[in-house]
Design a binder for this molecule. Structure first.
Ligand code: ZN
Length: 315
């Protein structure tokens, strides 16, 4: 049973693009504290030569606070994703999650599905196979219902698990039998440039609202595509798959928020929530135009949601 209407689900890329407007235009000189004082972090340079933010990669790796298990499903009618590619994304997402919460992801199953059914039907057909481990969550690599994951990067919902299933992670508004589903577009490109509606580059400069709505931004080659030249140093562009990995974390986190599509970093509701003292994490909404790095560090999610995730764990 879905707890979140799809229309309420967050359209991550759209918000990223919207919220990223003007970001990075001005250098920022500050050294924020780690997101959580209990988690060892190192600092890395990103975004601008004068800006540092906490890294999600600790210099040493203390034992995780807990493990969030995932079954990874691939909708082969959308695009192929190998087990090795899936594991790479789980590992990268796990490092991001660890840096933000002290928890890690573990892939406990990998299955390909070729039915082309709705995402919920694919999830149900997987559960009908009585997998050896009922996971805490499911990642479905797919273009999504109506192509929504391809369009926006991904979306999420809760789904009722089998009789007797007890999830140790109980999100606000969820019940113990729920598991958490993220539908993710595996090859989502951060700040692609010069494509328009084409699958291959057709312009040397940004077109059709690319580059956060700025026209005539130069497109440069990075990894296997062309990217807005003013974004090449962003955290989301730091590996070929970092954007997809951040989307992965973002979507698994969504049900742990309380404000649905207002749970994004930088919304007025997020600002109110952070000012209420619910979370001790760093939050600099007031300088948001210069805090894109912080936005991306939190995978675009309001920081308090990560506290909710940690506090939801009742093993
Ligand atoms: Zn979202």
């Amino acid at each position: 049973m879905c707890k979140m209407n799809k229309k309420t689900l967050l359209l991550i890329s759209t918000l990223f693009l919207t919220l990223a407007c003007n970001a990075g235009a001005s250098p920022q000189t500050e050294t924020p504290p780690p997101a959580s004082p209990t988690i060892a972090t190192a600092s890395i340079k990103i975004s601008t030569p004068t800006e540092t933010i906490p890294s999600q990669t600790p210099t040493s790796t203390p034992k995780p606070l807990g493990v969030f298990t995932l079954s990874v499903l691939v909708d082969t009618t959308s695009e192929p994703v190998t087990r090795e590619q899936a594991q790479t994304l789980v590992n990268e997402s796990s490092r991001i999650l660890y840096g933000l919460t002290g928890f890690v992801f573990e892939m406990v199953d990998f299955q390909e599905i070729n039915t082309g059914a709705s995402t919920k039907d694919m999830v149900q057909s997987y559960l009908n196979t009585s997998p050896a481990i009922i996971p805490n969550g499911i990642i479905l690599f797919s273009f999504g219902d109506n192509g929504d994951a391809k369009r926006y990067g991904g979306y999420a919902y809760t789904y009722l698990g089998p009789d007797g299933f007890r999830n140790p992670f109980i999100a606000p508004g969820a019940i113990q039998r729920d598991l958490y589903v993220g539908v993710i577009h595996f090859r989502h490109r951060y700040a692609q440039c010069g494509y328009g509606d084409s699958n291959t580059p057709i312009s040397d400069v940004s077109i059709g609202g690319e580059c956060r709505g700025q026209a005539q931004v130069a497109c440069v080659g990075k990894y296997d595509y062309t990217i807005c030249s003013d974004t090449v140093n962003h955290l989301y562009a730091s590996t070929p798959t970092y954007f997809s990995s951040s989307t992965f974390v973002h979507e698994i986190m969504h049900p742990f928020g309380e404000l649905l599509n207002k749970d994004h970093y930088g919304t007025a509701e997020c600002t109110d929530m952070m000012q209420s003292g619910r979370s001790a994490r760093r939050y600099k909404r007031d300088i948001f135009d210069r805090s894109l790095a912080e936005f991306q560090y939190y995978t675009g999610m309001c920081p308090y949601v990560f506290d909710n995730f940690v506090n939801s764990y009742k093993p």
